[in-house]
Ligand binder design. Structure first.
Ligand code: FAD
Length: 402
């Protein structure tokens, strides 16, 4: 039986919020999505979408649109950033990959993924999109949630609210109260540039469209093509020795140069073309159990902000959205649907959140630790997916949109 349509408000128009709006509307409900920015958008950098994300995008009906511009890389390759030697690789075109995973590994420009989700939301008759609406707080009673905004005194009344307002979620802060996100003392410099500007600066693997991870002591560089190969994405990440909690004067461009100064030729060739216009301090939080507070549920980075080392933050937000839609398609009471959604998702998201930190530590090993890592990884076969398959495989119940 299809539940009676609810009025659901989604706070935040990032990848998580748009995906949640889409899955909720596809489950038969009316959605109003509010975004604080004057225009919807994403930053000018790339995003890796493991097969669990492709599967979620298919469930949401947007995989075809995303594939028009996304690149399906042949391999993920880990290199030693100091020696320039290959550490290990995963063959994404091997029979072992297709036997194990039903969906492709993709890399995309964030704007392209965001645009595909936004178009699908705009085209859905049950979704209303509002920009320039900053939620200040929410009040709830037994029958509804009232959202209040900075820009207007007109409130929005909804049967239930999905808080997809990101890492610094105001709604999470009010409901969970677990303080500020935890800064890892690492920063990222990142951006996509026209691919032809990289000519002569790419290693052999990089030129074949592989996803490259150059792992080094307390730093790494990630590279891959996006937008049909027309753009090339680079992300340089390092730990700062000058972290101060209340200032932006750490993790500077000068530190970037210094930290990457001793790397191999291929990394140093790429360094001048890494975007410098903005730095991103990297945060996460410890996992929590209480994703649901009455008629308000957390989703995406608002629920489980994680370090990016497993490239799963957005992938998990997409899995959240599919699970949410599935639950809202099964239960009449939003509280029951939210409880089922959180039960399905929080264990897996927490495990990935925790393991993202661990994988970062492995990437950033130095000295003997790095030598042992390289020796251990050297015995891996490129067709061996046992260690990543739990990350790349959504739990079966995630596929439960009705
Ligand atoms: P956000 O993208 O933060 O969206 C939140 C939205 O809410 C924003 O639009 C914001 O304007 C809006 N908002 C905030 N407050 C309010 C308010 N009060 N009222 C109204 N609107 C509000 N993930 C991957 O899966 N693969 C990767 O390869 C990957 N690489 C990464 C690399 C780096 C360097 C970093 C930092 C992250 C990476 N991630 C990756 C993680 C990924 O970017 C995030 O997990 C994902 O974008 C989170 O989406 P979200 O919609 O939950 O939050």
């Amino acid at each position: 039986m299809t539940p009676v349509p609810l009025r659901i408000a989604v706070v935040g128009g990032g990848i998580g919020g748009l995906a949640a709006a889409l899955s909720t509307a596809r489950a038969g409900h009316h959605v109003t999505l509010v975004e604080r920015a004057a225009q919807f958008g994403e930053i000018g950098a790339g995003l890796q979408l493991a097969p669990n994300a492709s599967q979620a995008l298919e469930e949401l009906g947007v995989l075809k649109a995303v594939r028009r511009t996304a690149v399906a890389p042949p391999r993920l390759v880990m290199m030693d950033a100091l020696s320039g030697d290959q550490v290990t690789s995963l063959d994404l075109r091997s029979p072992a990959y297709t036997e194990r995973f039903s969906h492709p590994y993709l890399v995309t420009h964030r704007t392209d993924l965001h645009a595909a989700l936004l178009t699908a939301c705009e085209e859905h008759p049950a979704i209303t999109l509002r920009t320039g609406h900053t939620v200040t707080h929410a009040e709830q009673d037994d029958s509804a949630v009232h959202l209040h905004f900075a820009e207007t005194t007109t409130e929005l009344r909804a049967d239930a609210v999905v808080a997809a307002d990101g890492l610094h979620s105001r709604l999470r802060q009010a409901l969970v109260g677990d303080g500020e996100p935890l800064c890892s003392r690492y920063v990222a410099f990142r951006g996509a540039l026209p691919a032809d500007r990289m000519s002569g600066r790419m290693s052999q693997h990089a030129a074949s469209d592989a996803v490259m991870v150059w792992a080094g002591p307390r730093m790494h560089l990630v590279q891959y093509p996006v937008r049909r190969g027309e753009l090339y994405n680079q992300v340089a990440v390092f730990e700062s020795d000058h972290y101060t909690p209340d200032s932006d004067a750490w993790g500077t461009e000068a530190e970037l140069e210094e930290r990457f100064g001793g790397t191999c030729q291929a990394v140093r060739d790429a360094l001048p073309l890494i975007a410098r216009d903005r730095r991103w301090p990297l945060f996460d939080r410890l996992p929590i159990d209480n994703w649901v507070h009455g008629r308000i549920a957390l989703l995406g980075d608002a629920a489980h902000p994680m370090l990016q080392y497993l490239a799963q933050g957005a992938c998990q937000a997409l899995e959240d959205a599919v699970a949410l839609g599935g639950a809202l398609g099964r239960f009449t009471d939003p509280a029951d649907a939210f409880a089922a959604y959180a039960d399905q998702r929080r264990g897996r998201a927490a495990r990935i959140q925790t393991n993202a930190r661990r994988f970062g530590e492995i990437c950033h090993l130095e000295g003997m630790g790095a030598t042992l890592r390289n020796q251990l990884f050297a015995s891996r076969e490129p067709e061996h997916f046992d260690d990543v398959s739990w990350v790349w495989t959504p739990s079966p119940a995630t596929l439960a949109i009705t």
